[in-house]
Design a protein around this ligand. Structure first.
Ligand SMILES: [Zn+2]
Length: 177
Protein backbone atom coordinates (compact mmCIF):
# COMPACT_ATOMS: atom_id res chain seq x y z
CA UNK A 1 0.00 0.00 0.00
CA UNK A 2 1.26 3.42 -0.83
CA UNK A 3 2.06 5.66 2.11
CA UNK A 4 1.09 8.80 0.35
CA UNK A 5 -1.20 10.08 3.07
CA UNK A 6 -0.61 13.74 2.20
CA UNK A 7 -3.96 13.68 0.43
CA UNK A 8 -5.53 13.36 3.91
CA UNK A 9 -3.60 16.27 5.42
CA UNK A 10 -6.67 18.54 5.56
CA UNK A 11 -8.66 15.90 7.51
CA UNK A 12 -8.40 15.41 11.26
CA UNK A 13 -8.96 12.44 13.54
CA UNK A 14 -10.06 12.47 17.19
CA UNK A 15 -7.46 11.83 19.87
CA UNK A 16 -9.60 9.11 21.40
CA UNK A 17 -9.29 7.19 18.15
CA UNK A 18 -5.49 7.39 18.36
CA UNK A 19 -4.99 6.60 22.05
CA UNK A 20 -5.64 2.84 21.83
CA UNK A 21 -2.81 2.56 19.34
CA UNK A 22 -0.54 4.59 21.59
CA UNK A 23 -1.42 2.27 24.46
CA UNK A 24 -0.83 -0.88 22.42
CA UNK A 25 2.58 0.37 21.35
CA UNK A 26 3.51 1.24 24.91
CA UNK A 27 2.41 -2.18 26.16
CA UNK A 28 4.85 -3.71 23.74
CA UNK A 29 7.60 -1.49 25.09
CA UNK A 30 8.53 -0.10 21.76
CA UNK A 31 10.27 3.21 22.04
CA UNK A 32 8.18 6.31 21.64
CA UNK A 33 10.31 7.17 18.64
CA UNK A 34 7.57 6.02 16.30
CA UNK A 35 5.09 8.43 17.88
CA UNK A 36 7.52 11.31 17.97
CA UNK A 37 8.47 10.72 14.38
CA UNK A 38 4.97 11.61 13.21
CA UNK A 39 4.47 14.34 15.84
CA UNK A 40 1.85 12.42 17.83
CA UNK A 41 3.19 12.61 21.34
CA UNK A 42 0.95 13.63 24.25
CA UNK A 43 -2.40 12.79 22.62
CA UNK A 44 -5.51 14.24 24.30
CA UNK A 45 -8.78 12.32 23.81
CA UNK A 46 -10.90 15.35 22.95
CA UNK A 47 -8.42 17.03 20.61
CA UNK A 48 -8.09 16.41 16.87
CA UNK A 49 -4.90 15.53 15.00
CA UNK A 50 -3.84 15.27 11.34
CA UNK A 51 -5.17 12.04 9.85
CA UNK A 52 -2.10 11.78 7.64
CA UNK A 53 0.11 11.48 10.77
CA UNK A 54 -2.14 8.84 12.29
CA UNK A 55 -2.16 6.80 9.07
CA UNK A 56 1.60 7.05 8.74
CA UNK A 57 1.90 5.72 12.28
CA UNK A 58 -0.57 2.89 11.62
CA UNK A 59 1.26 1.86 8.44
CA UNK A 60 4.57 1.92 10.31
CA UNK A 61 3.20 -0.27 13.10
CA UNK A 62 1.51 -2.58 10.56
CA UNK A 63 4.87 -3.16 8.90
CA UNK A 64 6.92 -3.66 12.06
CA UNK A 65 4.49 -5.09 14.59
CA UNK A 66 1.33 -6.49 13.01
CA UNK A 67 0.17 -8.11 16.26
CA UNK A 68 0.33 -4.74 18.01
CA UNK A 69 -1.97 -3.28 15.42
CA UNK A 70 -4.47 -6.03 16.03
CA UNK A 71 -4.21 -5.40 19.76
CA UNK A 72 -4.84 -1.68 19.21
CA UNK A 73 -8.10 -2.63 17.52
CA UNK A 74 -8.97 -4.72 20.56
CA UNK A 75 -8.19 -1.80 22.91
CA UNK A 76 -10.60 0.35 20.93
CA UNK A 77 -13.26 -2.23 21.61
CA UNK A 78 -12.71 -2.35 25.33
CA UNK A 79 -12.75 1.43 25.78
CA UNK A 80 -15.13 2.79 23.17
CA UNK A 81 -18.20 4.65 24.33
CA UNK A 82 -21.31 4.35 22.26
CA UNK A 83 -24.99 5.28 22.39
CA UNK A 84 -27.33 3.14 24.52
CA UNK A 85 -29.25 1.85 21.51
CA UNK A 86 -26.24 -0.24 20.58
CA UNK A 87 -26.82 -3.31 22.68
CA UNK A 88 -25.64 -6.23 20.59
CA UNK A 89 -22.68 -7.13 18.45
CA UNK A 90 -24.91 -6.93 15.38
CA UNK A 91 -26.07 -3.40 16.31
CA UNK A 92 -22.47 -2.46 16.71
CA UNK A 93 -21.45 -3.80 13.28
CA UNK A 94 -24.34 -1.93 11.69
CA UNK A 95 -23.28 1.30 13.45
CA UNK A 96 -19.50 1.15 12.91
CA UNK A 97 -19.61 3.46 9.94
CA UNK A 98 -21.37 6.21 11.87
CA UNK A 99 -18.91 5.93 14.75
CA UNK A 100 -15.99 5.91 12.32
CA UNK A 101 -17.14 9.08 10.58
CA UNK A 102 -17.78 10.85 13.92
CA UNK A 103 -14.15 10.36 14.83
CA UNK A 104 -13.02 12.43 11.86
CA UNK A 105 -13.64 15.93 10.66
CA UNK A 106 -12.79 18.03 7.64
CA UNK A 107 -13.46 15.37 4.99
CA UNK A 108 -15.68 15.46 1.92
CA UNK A 109 -18.25 12.72 1.52
CA UNK A 110 -16.60 9.47 0.47
CA UNK A 111 -13.08 10.78 0.99
CA UNK A 112 -12.18 8.51 3.91
CA UNK A 113 -14.11 5.48 2.74
CA UNK A 114 -16.78 3.63 4.65
CA UNK A 115 -17.79 0.39 6.35
CA UNK A 116 -20.66 -1.50 4.75
CA UNK A 117 -22.59 -3.96 6.84
CA UNK A 118 -24.70 -6.74 5.38
CA UNK A 119 -26.20 -9.99 6.61
CA UNK A 120 -25.89 -13.34 4.93
CA UNK A 121 -28.08 -14.91 7.61
CA UNK A 122 -28.97 -14.32 11.27
CA UNK A 123 -25.54 -15.56 12.27
CA UNK A 124 -23.34 -14.54 9.35
CA UNK A 125 -22.40 -10.91 8.78
CA UNK A 126 -20.31 -9.41 6.01
CA UNK A 127 -18.31 -6.24 6.58
CA UNK A 128 -16.74 -4.56 3.55
CA UNK A 129 -14.69 -1.44 3.98
CA UNK A 130 -12.47 0.80 1.91
CA UNK A 131 -11.13 3.07 4.64
CA UNK A 132 -7.45 4.12 4.55
CA UNK A 133 -6.65 2.29 7.82
CA UNK A 134 -4.89 -1.12 7.68
CA UNK A 135 -7.22 -4.12 7.76
CA UNK A 136 -5.40 -5.76 10.70
CA UNK A 137 -6.80 -2.94 12.76
CA UNK A 138 -10.33 -3.89 11.64
CA UNK A 139 -9.60 -7.48 12.49
CA UNK A 140 -8.62 -6.62 16.06
CA UNK A 141 -11.63 -4.36 16.42
CA UNK A 142 -14.11 -7.04 15.31
CA UNK A 143 -12.53 -9.57 17.69
CA UNK A 144 -12.44 -7.07 20.55
CA UNK A 145 -16.07 -6.01 20.16
CA UNK A 146 -17.23 -9.61 19.91
CA UNK A 147 -15.55 -10.18 23.26
CA UNK A 148 -17.06 -7.03 24.70
CA UNK A 149 -20.57 -8.12 23.71
CA UNK A 150 -19.88 -11.63 24.97
CA UNK A 151 -20.23 -13.48 21.66
CA UNK A 152 -17.90 -16.03 20.10
CA UNK A 153 -17.11 -15.43 16.43
CA UNK A 154 -15.07 -16.87 13.66
CA UNK A 155 -13.53 -14.18 11.51
CA UNK A 156 -12.33 -14.62 7.98
CA UNK A 157 -10.73 -12.07 5.67
CA UNK A 158 -12.40 -13.24 2.51
CA UNK A 159 -11.63 -12.89 -1.18
CA UNK A 160 -8.42 -11.77 -2.85
CA UNK A 161 -8.92 -8.06 -2.51
CA UNK A 162 -6.85 -6.60 0.36
CA UNK A 163 -5.76 -3.05 1.12
CA UNK A 164 -2.40 -4.46 2.25
CA UNK A 165 -1.72 -5.27 -1.41
CA UNK A 166 -2.92 -1.88 -2.55
CA UNK A 167 -6.44 -3.02 -3.43
CA UNK A 168 -9.32 -0.73 -2.69
CA UNK A 169 -11.23 -2.74 -0.12
CA UNK A 170 -11.23 -5.64 2.31
CA UNK A 171 -14.08 -7.94 3.17
CA UNK A 172 -14.60 -9.85 6.39
CA UNK A 173 -16.99 -12.72 6.97
CA UNK A 174 -18.02 -12.84 10.62
CA UNK A 175 -19.88 -15.87 11.85
CA UNK A 176 -21.45 -16.10 15.30
CA UNK A 177 -20.61 -19.35 17.04
ZN1 LIG B 1 -7.20 -6.74 3.94
Amino acid sequence: MSNDYERFSHIEVAGNAILPLVRAITVDALTKALLNKVGLSDIQPSQFYPLSSHLTLLADVDRRMPTVLKRAGEFIASEALFPPEIQTFEHFLAAINTVYLLQHRGYEEGEIGQYKFSKESDTVFIMVDDIPYPCRFDEGMYLGFAKRFGVGISLEHQGDSCRRKGDKQCSFRIELK
